[in-house]
Design a protein around this ligand. Structure first.
Ligand code: SAM
Length: 231
């Protein structure tokens, strides 16, 4: 109860006091971010993206719109761009973050980094907004570690009103419908994984591949990623 009130207050405050400390497009990507990108690459490489593109009847040269929902700093943008460029596509990569004005100790916000990573790729866009209010169409959606229970959401500093996982999965399904697109979901615990799988199926998705990425002792992410691809 108290935590929710505090999160509500803090969230309101950081969205009122918005200021930018943009990074130069030529800024060096720090070592932690590079390690994070390589861990994300390891996880994403577990999935059969070539088969996914074939299932959507896409061939190189066709538009390919990817959305990372709940992207935090959008550090994943160059990783996604690279994976699909290696398959001869020229992807348009969107990142959505509802809590984009949360700040790090250097006073830079997630949005400052988000716009920076968007600039690192040919077609990147960082959206400082709730994905549920975006009306575009995607070919591939990523819901990596979405909040499906209250405890992690409160721990990450969001107010309880943002816990609407059914709505989020339904809207993700709608954004993919026109392109008969694909969803990748990951969860850090088995409990959240089961809930996320249930929600995906309830929204109309069918699972086509399951993989687990295991963290090592020195990995940045202290938890595994239980992942599944849906069509
Ligand atoms: C647990 S974090 C996961 C971060 C990252 N995707 C990962 O896997 O490491 C969930 C993120 O989703 C964001 N989020 C939650 N609901 C959202 C929504 N409706 N639209 C956009 N972002 C959302 C949160 O603010 C948070 O940054």
């Amino acid at each position: 109860m108290f935590r929710n009130l505090r999160n509500n207050f803090d969230f309101h405050l950081r969205n009122k006091i918005k200021f930018n400390r943009p990074l130069s497009p030529n800024a060096k990507i720090d070592d932690l971010a590079i390690r994070m990108q390589s861990e994300l690459r390891e996880f994403l490489d577990l999935f059969r993206w070539k088969m996914v593109l074939e299932k959507m009847d896409l061939v190189p040269g066709d538009p390919l719109v990817i959305g990372d929902i709940g992207t935090r700093t959008f550090v994943i943008a160059p990783v996604l761009d690279q994976i699909f460029r290696e398959l001869n596509f020229s992807p348009e990569v969107h990142g959505f973050e509802v809590d984009a004005y949360r700040r790090f100790t250097n006073f830079r916000s997630r949005a400052d980094y988000g716009h920076f990573y968007a600039m690192q790729i040919p077609k990147g866009e960082y959206h400082t907004q709730d994905f549920n209010y975006w009306n575009g169409d995607l070919h591939i959606a990523l819901l990596l570690n979405p909040f499906v229970t209250e405890e992690p959401l409160l721990r990450w500093g969001l107010p309880r009103k943002f816990l609407r996982p059914e709505f989020l999965f339904d809207n993700t399904h709608k954004s993919l419908r026109k392109n008969r697109g694909i969803l990748l979901v990951s969860s850090p615990t088995i409990e959240e994984y089961r809930i996320a799988q249930y929600l995906a199926v309830q929204s109309g998705f069918r699972r086509i591949q399951e993989e687990t990425w295991r963290h090592s002792d020195n990995s940045l992410q202290g938890q595994p990623r239980y992942g599944a691809l849906f069509i």
